[in-house]
Design a protein around this ligand. Structure first.
Ligand code: GAL
Length: 426
């Protein structure tokens, strides 16, 4: 009798569970905005590397320049060092959409059309990227520097289909409007993320939520489930320090301070984007540009922060020092380490010690933000390495190697960064 009652109860529970499971299945699932979903397709498994037209050329772009850049990326060794995505930024489009609403290339700037340009780029072993805005105007249109209002609002599916059919491999999607609250931004960026996925073409998705948004939503909100890379600050400029944050361009040292706090968001498929490189870009508006030490800090700290490395200089005419810095294989290897962890500051204000765990060992940076040369001493235990009979230390700038029993020391000039890769000896 007791057994019969128990069996009856068990049956009832089983039926109830089935009903509940059915009800759960019937509830429509919300969008999957998890960072894990962003990384699932393997896109941007390491931070994307490439070149973008904005920092060198601004709005002044055309087909001949972009082809010249493609050739120079190959001839200079940049492509083979990893700079694969050639991204055409703002001002490439016809200010008017076609009669069917389709985006078209500006006929005077790109007379051969985008598909032919994409073929040219692909034939050189590069990938092609392009720029759009989720609002009604791109940033140059909003600023009045370029005519028209060809933003993608209301055209998301059509525009994703267009660039996919053209063979694009990367989209930079830039908010460019003071209007819209956080909910609008999330919805707008999600629409394009899903429209790109629906094309079936692997297209790296790079977003900027900050442009014309004074509250810096790119910094204050976590976008890691919505895009492969998301801009954390306002625009970069070729300067060490501007002191500006929400209302103007930032220097290298300003950006590092903002990006340092956001390390937890970064991982394979979703990276913090502290903006494109200014190495080899002359200063503008009375700013002096970067010294060699500052340029080293720029690349070295971007690598420590697992940042996308998108060169912004005119690679057609760069000097040997710029090329050698940009193609430093030890530093690029740190940036591209497949563990995909953004480095963290472990101590310091003017002289900072940063650690980035690698698949094998760690990268240690001593970043000298101050104005005087500094000596730094750290230990392998402090940077998280396990006890070992010794450690192999490699200076990423010079390639010099030595062994240590645990002490790590460096002398670092003002605004410079020492970058050491440290591995336990087997
Ligand atoms: C800015 C963006 C720059 C560049 C520019 C184009 O908002 O941050 O990187 O894309 O728009 O107008």
């Amino acid at each position: 009798m007791a057994t019969a009652v128990l069996t009856g109860r068990l049956l009832l529970v089983a039926v109830l569970l089935l009903v509940l499971a059915g009800a759960a299945a019937a509830v429509p699932q919300g969008p999957d905005d998890s960072p894990a979903a962003m990384g699932r397709d393997g896109l941007a498994a390491t931070p994307p590397m490439g070149w973008n037209s904005w920092n060198a050329f601004g709005c002044d772009i055309d087909e001949a320049k972009i082809r010249g850049v493609a050739d120079a990326l190959v001839a200079s060794g940049m492509r083979d060092a990893g700079y694969r995505y050639l991204v055409v930024d703002d001002c490439w489009f016809d200010p008017r959409r076609g009669p069917d609403g389709q985006l078209r290339a500006a006929p005077d700037r790109f007379p051969g059309g985008i598909p032919a340009l994409v073929r040219y780029v692909h034939e050189r072993g590069l990938r092609f990227g392009i720029y759009l805005s989720p609002a009604t105007r791109t940033c140059a249109q909003y600023a009045g520097d370029y005519p028209g209002a060809t933003g993608s609002r209301g055209h998301e599916v059509q525009d994703a289909g267009t660039i996919a059919a053209w063979g694009a491999d990367y989209l930079k999607y830039d908010w460019c409007s003071p209007s819209g609250d956080l909910g609008d931004l999330v919805a707008g960026f999600r629409l394009m993320r899903d429209a790109l996925r629906a094309t079936g073409r692997p297209i790296v998705y790079s977003i900027n939520a900050n442009s014309h948004q004074d509250a810096n939503p790119g910094e204050t909100h976590d976008w890691s489930g919505l895009a492969n890379l998301s801009r954390t600050t306002q625009d970069i400029t070729a300067a060490w320090h501007t002191g500006l944050r929400g209302a103007g361009c930032l220097g290298i040292s300003d950006i590092i301070e903002v990006n340092a706090a956001l390390a937890a968001r970064a991982g394979p498929g979703h990276w913090n984007d502290p903006d494109m490189l200014e190495i080899g870009v002359p200063g503008t508006e009375g700013l002096p540009g970067l010294t060699p030490a500052e340029a080293r800090t720029h690349l070295g700290m971007w690598a420590m922060m697992a940042a996308p490395l998108i060169a912004g200089n005119d690679v057609r005419s760069m000097d040997a020092a710029t090329r050698d810095l940009l193609t430093n294989r030890d530093v690029i290897a740190v940036d591209q380490d497949r563990l995909g962890r953004q480095g963290r500051r472990i101590r310091g204000t003017d002289v900072q010690v940063w650690v980035r765990p690698l698949v094998e060992g760690v990268a240690v940076a001593v970043y000298n933000r101050g104005d005087a040369t500094a000596d730094m001493a750290a230990t392998t235990a402090e940077v998280g390495l396990p006890p070992a009979r010794g450690y192999l230390v490699r200076d990423a700038w010079s390639g010099r190697q030595w062994t240590s029993t645990g002490a790590l020391t460096a002398a670092v000039g003002a605004h410079d960064t020492a970058l050491l890769v440290v591995r336990p000896l087997p």
